[in-house]
Design a binder for this molecule. Structure first.
Ligand code: ADP
Ligand code: MG
Ligand code: MG
Length: 192
């Protein structure tokens, strides 16, 4: 894993989120409160500004700065959840450059914070199968997209979408979609 690729990854993620801000908020409008695009665009833009200002010199410090910025700048549930992911990844990156190990620490951070298991229609339903695909040596953009698509069929039992009960079925989970962007941009930046 190379520092430059990691920085490029976060920049590509920021661009992707900002390009799809309205779409992410529309998805959240259907099963939540319509602010996911706004939350993620604000958080990632602040993250990029912090990267430019502080220019972290290690992978661990880069993830840590990303995590701290997302926790402090995003009001919605997604800020602390993505923040916990990056802070977990920062800790793991101190001892390891193995992508699977680092991403596992990331999803552990999300699950510690949000208590969601697989199959509850959250971002966890992107993270866990993506890590499995990566372990199997089969992580492509198409794999990520297929994983995200599967959240449509799930009934939400965590987060705001759970208030809708079975009416949450048939809609993509917005956090699963933004996490899909995180992993397609990771592939694009050749982080491995
Ligand atoms: P809010 O729901 O506070 O408005 P966002 O709209 O930014 O926050 O984020 C919603 C996304 O957060 C959901 O689509 C889901 O993926 C994710 N999410 C919500 N609660 C949890 C949880 N407990 N664990 C994991 N992810 C969650
Ligand atoms: Mg929301
Ligand atoms: Mg909200």
């Amino acid at each position: 894993m190379e520092l430059n690729n990691v920085k490029n990854w976060l920049e590509l993620f920021t661009t992707k989120v900002n390009e799809n801000k309205a779409y992410l908020s529309d998805l959240d409008g259907a099963i939540g409160d319509g602010d996911h695009g706004m939350n993620m665009a604000r958080g990632t833009t602040e993250m990029q500004a912090a990267m430019t200002e502080k220019n972290p010199e290690t992978i661990a410090d880069t993830f840590k700065l990303a995590g701290m910025t997302l926790v402090s700048k995003v009001g919605g549930a997604s800020g602390p959840l993505y923040g916990s992911a990056f802070i977990g990844m920062a800790k793991a990156a101190k001892d390891s450059e193995d992508l699977v190990t680092i991403l596992e620490a990331g999803v552990e951070g999300i699950q510690k914070r949000g208590k969601a298991e697989a199959g509850e229609k959250t971002m966890v339903d992107t993270w866990l199968p993506v890590i499995e695909a990566l372990k199997a040596g089969d992580l492509t953009t198409e794999t990520v997209e297929a994983i995200v698509e599967k959240t449509k069929a799930i009934q939400a039992t965590k987060g705001r979408a759970s208030y809708l009960g079975e009416r949450s079925v048939g809609h993509l989970d917005p956090g699963a979609v933004s996490s899909g962007y995180l992993f397609t941009t990771m592939i694009e930046a050749e982080v491995n």
